[in-house]
Design a protein around this ligand. Structure first.
Ligand code: 6GU
Length: 237
């Protein structure tokens, strides 16, 4: 998978994209990131990427030309790449979108910055993404979140002992509680059942815990959770 990122701040990606699973996925050639600074596509001597808004008002607006030229260059040999504009006005990113995007061969992300961008930029994107209802100073951190979530879903990105199959949200349930050694710590013990070796009982307990936890913390997720009738009755009790 090739992910190309149009950004004024490519250096922001240095640390986060060179650790842990993202680093390993690149070393295994499962994903390649290329960064393009659209300031390099300006033609004026001040290399201006933004300007004041028509109609007045405070703040600066990203100009269309540098982003257009950058996008043309990036898409030249890959015209079918999906282009995604990062903006708080976009569709809110979730695990389902992460799964869909992880199956793409090639993605292009455009990071907005400053107060906004010229409206004409919108038409060059296939869709717009947000990572939630709060305002970031730019799309870079949002792209990192999106890329982290989708790269770990590429087959082979997680080791055999890390599994994306039973993640929270894959079945729309939150994770069950997990424990590791020691069996007792500061007066707090690991549930007996987990030490019993009873795999079927442990699986049943985990499923029940996940359901209860989801009902308590995120009841909105239950509608997509495919609960059995018995589980639904259990929740009503
Ligand atoms: Cl994609 N961009 C910005 N600037 N703020 C955001 C966002 C994106 N998603 C949530 N907040």
């Amino acid at each position: 998978m090739l992910i190309q990122i149009l950004t004024l701040f490519p250096e922001m990606f240095d640390g986060p994209f060179n650790c842990s699973i993202l680093k390993r996925a690149q070393e295994q050639n499962l994903v390649e990131f290329r960064y393009h600074n659209f300031r390099d596509f300006t033609t004026d001597k001040h290399r201006m990427v933004d300007d004041s808004p028509y109609g007045g008002g405070s703040g600066m607006v990203l100009k269309p030309e540098p982003i257009y030229r950058c996008l043309q260059a990036v898409k030249k040999d890959r015209p079918l790449a999906k282009t995604i504009l990062m903006t708080p006005q976009g569709a809110v990113f979730d695990q389902k979108l992460a799964r869909q995007l992880s199956a793409e061969e090639h993605l292009i992300f455009i990071c907005g910055h400053y107060e906004g961008f010229d409206e004409r930029i919108r038409q060059w994107a296939d869709f717009e993404l947000s990572i939630g209802d709060y305002v970031l100073t730019g799309g870079e951190l949002a792209v990192m979140v999106v890329c982290d979530a989708l790269v770990r879903l590429i087959p082979g990105a997680l080791g055999s002992d890390e599994s994306a199959v039973r993640d929270s949200f894959t079945g729309s349930l939150l994770d069950f509680p997990q424990y590791t050694r020691p069996v007792e710590f500061e007066g707090s013990a690991v549930p007996e059942l987990l030490l019993s070796g009873h795999h079927a009982k442990i699986e049943a307990w985990r499923r029940e815990q996940a359901i209860v936890r989801t009902a308590q913390r995120r009841p909105d997720l239950l509608k997509d959770a495919n609960l059995t009738e018995a589980e639904q009755r259990f929740l009503m009790e």
